[in-house]
Design a protein around this ligand. Sequence first.
Ligand code: FAD
Ligand code: NAG
Ligand code: NAG
Ligand code: NAG
Length: 496
Amino acid sequence: MVSSPALWLIWALTSTTFASADFVSDLSGKGFQVLVPGSSGYANASTAFNLRFTFQPAAIVYPNNAQDVSTAMKIGAHYNHQVVARSGGHSYIANGLGGKNGLLVVDMSNFKTVSVDSSTNVATIGPGNRLGDVALALNNKGRALPHGTCPYVGIGGHSGYGGYGFTSRKWGLTLDTIQSLDVVLANGTIVTASNSKYPDLFWGLRGSSSSFGIVTAIHAKTFAAPASSTVFQYNWDLSASSAASAINAFQTFVVSPSLPQEFGAELVLGAGSSKGRVSFGLTGGWYAPANQFAAVIAPLLAALPKPASQKLTVGTYINSVQYLGGLGRLSTIGIPDSHDTFYAKSLMTPEGSPMSNASNLAFMNYLANQGFGTNTDWFVEIELYGGTNSAINNVASTATAFANRNSMFTIQFYTSAKGGVPPFPSEGFTLLDGMVNSIINNNPANWGYGAYANYIDDRLTNWQTLYYGGNYPRLQKLKDQYDPLDTLNFPTAIQE
Ligand SMILES: Cc1cc2nc3c(=O)[nH]c(=O)nc-3n(C[C@H](O)[C@H](O)[C@H](O)COP(=O)(O)OP(=O)(O)OC[C@H]3O[C@@H](n4cnc5c(N)ncnc54)[C@H](O)[C@@H]3O)c2cc1C
Ligand SMILES: *[C@@H]1O[C@H](CO)[C@@H](O)[C@H](O)[C@H]1NC(C)=O
Ligand SMILES: *[C@@H]1O[C@H](CO)[C@@H](O)[C@H](O)[C@H]1NC(C)=O
Ligand SMILES: *[C@@H]1O[C@H](CO)[C@@H](O)[C@H](O)[C@H]1NC(C)=O
């Protein structure tokens, strides 16, 4: 592309991808590992979880403590390299690599502490831990946190933007459990943010963390691990109209006054057995005595056709976490992660205005027809965020940067290239756009929906409002205050 040597020099001097010798030598010899283009291990370390993205960081560093993070941050800023944290690397759009070329990536994988204060039950968790390892370490102390099911997701990104699992109706999102955060600011200053120290920063870090700093320790309140947990799974193969009625029934069920917080669930939809049909699953967790579950689920089952299959798995809390993780183990130590090549979207539906029957029918018709025989694999998860007395919605929308506190569902639309390897076919984008539009176009024009920043979407327009609602202007002011030089920048960073 750039052919003449003179032009190359100009390009190199002006391009942010260019890692100068001074930049590299300043990072070196500081007591932490540094990888730059050409280093052995750089190619692997710069590979995104989602192979739809390839980015070339200027350098990847592996600090061992907050002081190292501060050192790296200052060097990055000095040489005009924007800086980004990576914890588990599971960002859907490779924001842990900066979401573009030329950043300084601060990889947090050496931050692996998990400890629990035995008097307060507050856990101190290094952001480089994966969810499976956090669950195991807390369970060893009889404690637990609300979080997602995938064992390899990093707690660093997960807790910065939400953190939903089947215990969230009872315990809230992962970010709702945070009491304080140790964080390195864009100017390299190390602070602890809480409701009493840097309260405005603390507010922004819970919902939009990477725009404001690099978190080096998460201090989170924990909960007693329930004595018994039941994972439930029901499956149907339904016509589009039966599937639409089943969603209607689920929407009615979740707002019944008697629904306990110990009930967490999602609907899982996929291609049915033939064109015109939908694979329809109900799965979730029940975190109270197993013998009470039948009475809780009975009204819903009574409103649905007889399931084609069903399974209840009763055990300890940690059994349920492992079972839901789907790998037959929770530990991730020493076993590398897998990859996928995918695109995902999300839609957070307002509890006060459930999806109309027309919308459910249009949506199910779309899945049953356009979703059948496509050249990508896909699934949809309709995750229950709201319903009666949900702990997620018991938090005010302005209490943290996470604004969407009145949702009934977060719907995740996910499609991957066949075999999970590139290239990603562009029909995948069209398929998912059509799914989302089948819902939005069949609800009121002023329907108050949002989107979920942990299911981050590189093609979403108006993401500022959909992710952050009325909190966005306050986030912009904070960005101006804490990162005036825009050192912490990536495609969906808060813009001053
Ligand atoms: C297979 C899979 C399953 C999932 N299941 C669930 C689920 O059940 N529930 C749910 O809620 N979500 C789920 N997610 C989404 C997941 O919560 C997000 O992708 C999450 O942001 C990943 O965090 P990470 O640390 O692994 O990713 P990273 O790519 O490392 O980071 C994600 C973002 O957070 C920032 N960040 C990371 N660490 C820090 C830090 N220490 N300080 C400041 N900013 C930081 C990064 O810069 C980046 O912008 C799933 C994702 C995948 C891939
Ligand atoms: C929508 O469907 C539900 C359940 O099938 C039904 O009770 C309700 O009356 C329907 N609403 C409308 C407006 O048709
Ligand atoms: C590649 O990087 C991952 C971490 O991202 C690590 O677990 C794995 O061991 C590395 N593989 C090689 C061959 O270095
Ligand atoms: C770094 O930024 C913080 C937050 O804006 C500020 O309080 C602090 O004084 C700054 N430190 C330096 C050395 O400029």
